[in-house]
Every structure is written in structure tokens, then in C-alpha cells.
Design a protein around this ligand. Structure first.
Ligand SMILES: Nc1nc2c(c(=O)[nH]1)N[C@H]1C(S)=C(S)[C@@H](COP(=O)(O)O)O[C@H]1N2
Ligand SMILES: [Mo]
Length: 197
């Protein structure tokens, strides 16, 4: 049933419709309960490539991206609402690279079906390619005008305002493009995989 639901949601998804029309003031205060906050290591540990995202799968260029390199790509600032399935939501101001720009830069096969994410705290999730390419899907580096605080996903988070909160991976350690559905931490425990808004 959930599979069928995924398919119908996929058909209904409008690839370009902005999903949030935010007039309110950003009030982002996470109410999420994350049991493990990973200790992430970035600049300074670069030689070890710890927790700077490793890009693999159906991409022309498989390698690790440093945070400095990500900051050389075009950055966009946006205000979007995050909606958690547990009943809270909050508006945040986020800056980062439009994920489509990133996928194009790494030579991703944009006709592949899924993009998967592995996180430094062993969380994981995945998206359909249409959601990954949505103009508001953002590889986020900054909260307001400063690097993401640890609890909001340092060093890197994916914002997907067209999806429920659990499909917005924080502390991203690996990104891969694939035709095999990678599932997700909550998705594999019965939450609907598509979870569109
Ligand atoms: N790595 C990682 N990403 C994660 C989670 C997590 O526990 N670990 N929780 C998810 C859930 S359920 C929500 S609602 C949001 C919460 O993001 P926030 O803490 O920045 O508000 O992150 C999502 N991404
Ligand atoms: Mo959540």
C-alpha cells in the first residue's frame, strides 16, 4: 500500500512549484530529539576526508568534496518551513548550494531514480530524483549567516521543503546516485518513503 502511495505522490509532484510561500519571520527552533550528535571533523582534518561528503554512484566525478569547495559553488539564501511528522514546524533561513547545481556539477545521471544520503550519526535517507532537482532543494551550509550549528546538521544538511522533516538529512557524510531505492532510517521502519508535502 505504501509503495502504491509513493507512486501516486510521484505522479502528482509538480517539479517546479515552490512549496512554501513564507511571509512570516524566521523562528527556527528545532524541537527534534536526536539521540546522537555526531562529533564531526572537517577543515583541518581534510587529509583524512572525515565527514566531508563523499560523492559516488551514477556520477561522472566520484570523490570527496571539501566544505571550501562547496562554498565556491553558487550560494542561495532561502526561507522555508520545516515540518516534522511529530507535529511541530518552524521557519528557518538557510543558505547553501541549490542541490540541482551540485548534481549537475558532479555530472550526476539526472535520469537515475534516487539520490541516497548517509550521515555521520548513521542516520540515512533518500529522495526521488524529481524532489532532488526541485528548485528549493538546497545543500545547506549556513543557518542565517553563520555555519550550521551542530544540532542543525553541521557541516552539511539537505533541505527539502517539499518533504517531511525526516527526509532532510543532517551531518551528511555521503551522497550517492542510484537506481536502487536506498530507503531510510525512518522509512525502513514503516514511515511512507515518498512523504511529500
Ligand atoms: N543525521 C540526521 N539527520 C536527521 C535526523 C537525525 O536524527 N539525524 N532527524 C530528522 C528529523 S526526524 C527531523 S524533524 C529533522 C530535524 O532537523 P533539526 O534538528 O535541524 O530541526 O532532521 C532530520 N534529519
Ligand atoms: Mo522529524
Amino acid at each position: 500500500m505504501s509503495r502504491w502511495n509513493d507512486r501516486v505522490q510521484g505522479w502528482l509532484f509538480n517539479r517546479n512549484r515552490p512549496c512554501t510561500d513564507i511571509r512570516g519571520e524566521p523562528d527556527y527552533r528545532s524541537v527534534s530529539v536526536q539521540h546522537v550528535l555526531p562529533r564531526v571533523r572537517c577543515a583541518g582534518y581534510r587529509r583524512l576526508h572525515l565527514h566531508e561528503p563523499e560523492v559516488s554512484g551514477l556520477v561522472a566525478s566520484k570523490r570527496t568534496w571539501t566544505l571550501d569547495e562547496l562554498r565556491t559553488l553558487p550560494q542561495v539564501s532561502q526561507i522555508t518551513r520545516h515540518i516534522c511528522i511529530e507535529g511541530w514546524s518552524a521557519i528557518g533561513q538557510w543558505r547553501g548550494v541549490p542541490f540541482r547545481t551540485f548534481l549537475e556539477r558532479v555530472g550526476a545521471d539526472l535520469s537515475a531514480r534516487y539520490v541516497g544520503f548517509k550521515c555521520a550519526d548513521r542516520y540515512y535517507s533518500s529522495l526521488d530524483m524529481a524532489a532532488a532537482l526541485h528548485p528549493q532543494t538546497q545543500l545547506t551550509l549556513d543557518f542565517r549567516d553563520a555555519p550550521l550549528p551542530a544540532k542543525y546538521g553541521y557541516p552539511l544538511k539537505l533541505h527539502v521543503p517539499t518533504k517531511l522533516g525526516f527526509k532532510n538529512p543532517k551531518h551528511i557524510a555521503a551522497i550517492f546516485v542510484t537506481n536502487t531505492n536506498p530507503g531510510g532510517y525512518w522509512e525502513d521502519q514503516g514511515y511512507n518513503w515518498f512523504s511529500g508535502l
